[in-house]
Design a protein around this ligand. Structure first.
Ligand code: NAP
Length: 299
């Protein structure tokens, strides 16, 4: 595709606003839509054009990216009466980067195919930082020819871009990613609580374990936010619970028991039941262990 053909982008939250900006900075003209228009203003100031609905985006663009919140949002944007699919033309290409259900990705790909269009599932990992820096890992499911067509645009948003297989396999891969993060996150929070009760200097503890066998993105990027008592998102608790439930459901359908994942999910559900809990960043899990972080332990 050429830089003169406008690209559509739907969903301008924590992730989408940075990802869309990379497309704009890459020289592409952009048509954007978001449920709350105000979040589009920084992109409109930079030259993006506002569309009034997903249908309006479909009418103006041949390639459309989406990154909304939950599977029901994906369903509305794609399969709703004013959505992308019922307004699709032959040859159009849709790329959903939301973390969503593998089964829904298959349904959307089938619905797109009926209209002669293609839909890829392409969820991402790397957090708000990866979105800002254009270094996301992108896991793609769906038609390989469409994948190659859209790869130059994905390269503006990510660095590690892998085609995983047929429709839905990008989402299945992302759920593997979330299963690993669930284990890592609870480990990081429990280690910090343990270190504090042991009277260790937390910065020094992180300095030692951050480059050994325990090293991880979570430890490197989120442990410092815990130490700074900055528990905002990042990545919302409510979205992580959505992902862990998707993984639990998918595993159940495959006859697989994941007791570790079930434990972490229950901890996050406990956090979300607290006032404001579901809108914390995922590293807010630490607050279950230590409600007044970094006051002297006697408090
Ligand atoms: P977010 O800040 O809540 O952004 C989602 C955006 O989608 C919001 O601006 C929302 O509109 C918009 N939206 C939702 N439903 C819509 C609809 N029907 N029509 C139009 N716009 C709609 O969430 P985020 O952190 O960017 O995450 C987005 C997705 O990426 C989630 O599935 C999340 O699990 C995944 N993800 C997030 C991270 C991360 O670190 N944040 C990392 C990897 C993957 P409003 O402005 O009205 O709310």
């Amino acid at each position: 595709m050429t830089e003169t053909e406008p690209v559509g982008f739907i969903g301008l939250g924590i992730m989408g606003r940075s990802m869309a900006l990379h497309l704009l900075e890459g020289g592409h003209s952009l048509v954007v839509y978001n449920r709350t228009r105000q979040k589009a203003l920084p992109l409109l100031d930079r030259g993006a054009t506002w569309a009034s609905s997903p249908a309006d985006v479909a009418a103006r663009c041949a390639v459309v990216f989406t990154i909304v919140g939950f599977p029901h949002d994906v369903e509305e944007v794609y399969l709703g009466p004013n959505g992308l699919i019922s307004n699709a033309r032959s040859g159009m290409l849709f790329v959903d980067m939301t973390t969503s259900s593998p089964a829904l990705a298959v349904r959307i790909a089938e619905a797109a195919a009926v209209r002669g269009a293609v839909s890829l599932d392409a969820p991402v990992s790397g957090g708000d930082k990866g979105a800002r820096e254009g270094t996301l890992s992108i896991m793609v499911g769906g038609d390989p020819t469409a994948f190659n067509r859209v790869l130059p645009l994905m390269r503006l948003m990510g660095k590690n871009i892998v085609h995983q297989g047929p429709a839905g396999s990008g989402q299945s891969c992302k759920l593997c990613n979330q299963i690993v993060i669930a284990g890592t996150m609870i480990g990081v929070c429990e280690a910090l609580a343990f270190a504090r009760r042991s009277g260790l200097n937390l910065d020094r503890m992180l300095q030692s374990i951050g480059s050994g066998a325990a090293a991880s993105w979570t430890l490197q990027n989120l442990a410092p936010r815990i130490l700074a008592q900055n528990f905002g998102p990042g990545f919302y608790v409510k979205h992580f619970i959505k992902d862990l439930r998707l993984a639990m459901e998918w595993a159940k359908q495959k006859g697989l028991d994941l007791p570790g994942l079930r434990t972490v999910l229950a901890r996050y559900e406990a956090l979300a039941s607290r006032p404001g809990g579901e809108n914390l960043g995922t590293h807010g899990l630490y607050l279950l262990y230590d409600s007044s972080p970094f006051l002297p332990p006697s408090h």
